[in-house]
Design a protein around this ligand. Sequence first.
Ligand code: ACO
Length: 428
Amino acid sequence: MNAELIYDNKKINLNVLTGTNNEIAIDITGLRNDTGLITYDPGYQNTGSCQSAITFIDGEKGILRYRGIPIEQLAEKSSFIEVSYLLIYGKLPNRAERAAFSERLSLNALLHEDMLHYLGNIPPTAHPMALLSNMVNSLSVYYPGFYVEDYNNETFNMMAARLISKIRTIAAFSYKKSIGEPFVYAREDLLYVQNFLNMMFSSPVKSYHLDPDIIRTLEVLLILHADHEQNCSTSTVRLVGSSKVNLYSSICAGICALWGPLHGGANQQVIEMLESVRNSKLSPKECIERSKDKKNPFRLMGFGHRVYRNYDPRAKILKEYAKKLLAKRKVVDPLLDIAMQLEELALSDDYFIERKLYPNVDFYSGFLYRLIGIPTNMFTVMFAMGRMPGWIAHWKEMHDSVPFKIGRPRQLYIGEPLADYVPVDKRK
Ligand code: ACO
């Protein structure tokens, strides 16, 4: 199939590509050579930057699948480690593959002892995301010797396991540091999620009861965050990685991108927004009105999405999960009531209906993190922990692809056409 573009009375033929679920894309890679034109799309609102076999989203229908498997099935039946393998290696692991993967994770659970000195010297007031991005980038200092030119399965497998395993240790240790308790090391007899909970919440004087509901809740949260195709952080990992910098530094860039309140940082902002509604006695109705006021920078955090024009399927699962678990444990979270009132008001308000704004993954995840005992300023760290396998999978897919191209967008220059240098004493 071809598309035709008419420009300056000339007909230009453009290739048309079709995805496995019949998505259509016009290939404009030859456009510049044929015509001198570039395409213009600020914010990459309608630009396909790659072909990918990892995750499929249909934003109109609210569909999300990892390697073809619906997210609902994975959330119900799978584990975070299995999903990590699926995303990175393209298939669900058999028993032997899963055991080998788990062993590599266990081997990488500790931090290099020198990293602990580094961690120990970071001010306790640092935001956990600043600490995380620093520590992940510093993996290229403590575990050097990897260059993309040497890239092979053996080194990649170890690096991938190192990142997935160590982000858990860094997250737990940073929490311990923030509350002034000694670090708790990973235990060989515990699985990934159990280990994280134990490292977070046990201490030399206090053991931690591993509750199956809490373990499963965290497992589901991590699975739901594990990948989401070309979003701000994942595309950042690809763009930075396309210069052939190492995997750790590429992922550090992704972590920084995730931190922003319009992206993963929204999960912290949602709870802070709900708290401020409660504390300032602002009614949910006033909150909705404020978010619609174009003169007010306030937005309804956890609402809206570039791709979903329907309920985010992750938010749907998390909302039900939060309601059921809170009810089962007889926990009354007044913020959940405010959230549900806000959702009801928004979904029946013309402003939100016309713009197809629905709750996204960040709207309900915070209630579950709170139930687990994760402090609000660590919510985005939890998102990063979940997203780690997705970032790694995209980095690998890009490096395995042929041809391999460095990411380099174009721009439309709108500055001075030509200007003369003016000496400093003659400048206005
Ligand atoms: N509250 C109020 N109005 C909103 C909201 C919101 N949460 N989200 C979008 N809108 C409005 C915009 O003002 C705009 O209105 P206009 O057409 O009158 O100018 C319209 O809806 C479209 O919004 P854009 O910002 O152009 O949409 P975009 O696709 O660029 O942005 C984004 C998507 C960043 C997620 C946006 O919806 C937002 O800021 N949401 C709040 C932050 C948030 O929850 N982020 C997490 C996203 S999920 C994730 O990254 C994991």
